[in-house]
Write a protein that binds this ligand. Structure first.
Ligand SMILES: C=C(O[C@@H]1C=C(C(=O)O)C=C[C@H]1O)C(=O)O
Length: 381
């Protein structure tokens, strides 16, 4: 089956993972492995796949398992893999999404700006280098959330990056288009591609180029990025020999955002370390949490008026050889029967500006909003 057919066949409850390298559609449940101890879970998954002598396990890690939100991996009944969705997928029609009946910001935008202001103060008080604060938009529909249609539009919009639809406990779905590779493992080759530092894209080419240039030369964004790269390299080092960490970040683009990214590569030291072991060792990176992790997590818990659940977790798959790919679960929404919650966050460092941070989250919402045919402009400011 070609990639476009897989995307077309995706429906709520399946696992779809569409990247520049491959498209995976997994359906049904032969085995479900859940738990709040992610390292133990990685061992259980490796054992389950070894016992079967093949196959994959696919699913999600939460932002913080300690809050009781479990990691959930499924050994599917059927798995189909094809090449990249683009350009095949261009033959599929874009789906029309009915207008929502209500959209509500959580918290209200000025409250988020206040939280950023507080975070900047608390960074100094608590000796934190960086913390990532998020906000949410609750979207309600008259009928069932058209999960498969939104996912299809996300695939159409994203030739690069990681588009996913993954089943969550309770029949919910995590869907999104993340630009960021938490980690991949293929044989003994390990890759992580952390992103931090953001500017919105612009429809005006001159303004767009100016934003990119401003990002590349922004001291604040460079610092945010350096904190992240350092932490990811440090977390990978015990598992790798020959870790290559480029000294300078590169400019990366999505349809909605400019980012700074650093592609870190290494050679795996122990073949028993699976992609899922690596993901659980790396998570949560300062791309979505902060440094140091424990106090960043505490501050996030104090300032955000919701539980992140699967936002800012990881989504991906691992196979019986230990190979796999895990993306950071951002630019995503957690969908129930007739409503969904979308999330967007940004890294705060000592000289972050509350209004700029608010604008950054608004720009990040555009990824999902576009796929939903939604104009969030007036709601997000
Ligand atoms: C936290 C999010 O994005 C992350 C934060 C970034 C930043 O602060 O510059 C950039 C990319 C992502 O790693 C999000 O989109 O919700």
């Amino acid at each position: 089956m070609d990639a476009a057919r897989l995307v077309e066949q995706y429906r709520r409850g399946d696992f779809l993972f569409a990247t520049a390298r491959r498209t995976i559609l997994a359906r049904g449940t032969d085995d479900e492995i859940t738990g709040t101890d992610e390292d133990a879970l990685a061992d259980r998954v490796a054992t389950a796949l070894a016992d079967r002598g093949g196959g994959i396990a696919a699913g999600v890690l939460p932002y913080d398992a300690a809050t009781g939100t479990p990691a959930r991996l499924v050994v599917p009944r059927t798995t189909h893999t094809a090449g990249p969705a683009h350009p095949d997928v261009r033959r599929l029609a874009r789906q029309r999404i009915g207008a929502p009946t209500a959209v509500r910001a959580v918290p209200e935008p000025p409250i988020h700006a206040d939280a950023v202001r507080t975070a900047v103060t608390e960074l100094a008080v608590r000796d934190l280098r960086k913390v990532v604060l998020a906000r949410a938009l609750d979207v309600e529909f008259a009928d069932e959330v058209p999960v498969a249609s939104i996912v299809r539009n996300l695939v159409l919009d994203h030739r690069h990056g990681y588009v996913f639809g993954a089943g969550l406990p309770g029949g919910r779905t995590l869907l999104g288009a993340s630009p960021e590779l938490l980690v991949s493992r293929r044989g003994n080759r390990v890759v992580a591609h952390p992103y931090a530092g953001s500017m919105p894209r612009s429809a005006d080419a001159v303004a767009d180029a100016a934003n990119a240039e401003a990002l590349l030369t922004s001291k604040k964004d460079r610092l945010e990025h350096a904190i992240l790269t350092e932490a990811v390299a440090e977390a990978l080092r015990p598992f790798c020999r020959d870790l290559d960490v480029p000294a300078e970040p590169a400019l990366e683009r999505t349809p909605a955002m400019w980012h700074l990214g650093t592609r870190i590569t290494g050679e795996l030291a122990d073949p028993a370390t699976t992609a899922l072991h690596l993901a659980s060792a790396l998570h949560p990176t300062p791309a979505i949490c902060g440094t140091p992790v424990d106090s960043a997590r505490r501050l996030i818990g104090e300032l955000e008026p919701f539980d992140r659940r699967y936002y800012a977790g990881a989504t991906g798959w691992v196979d019986a050889d230990g190979d796999g790919e895990w993306t950071v679960s951002i630019r995503c929404a957690d969908a129930g029967a007739t409503s969904l919650r979308m999330y967007a966050g940004g890294g705060i460092v000592a000289d972050s500006d509350p209004q700029a941070e608010l604008d950054e989250t608004s720009a990040k919402f555009a990824t999902l909003a576009r796929a939903m045919g939604l104009d969030t402009g007036t709601l997000t400011r």
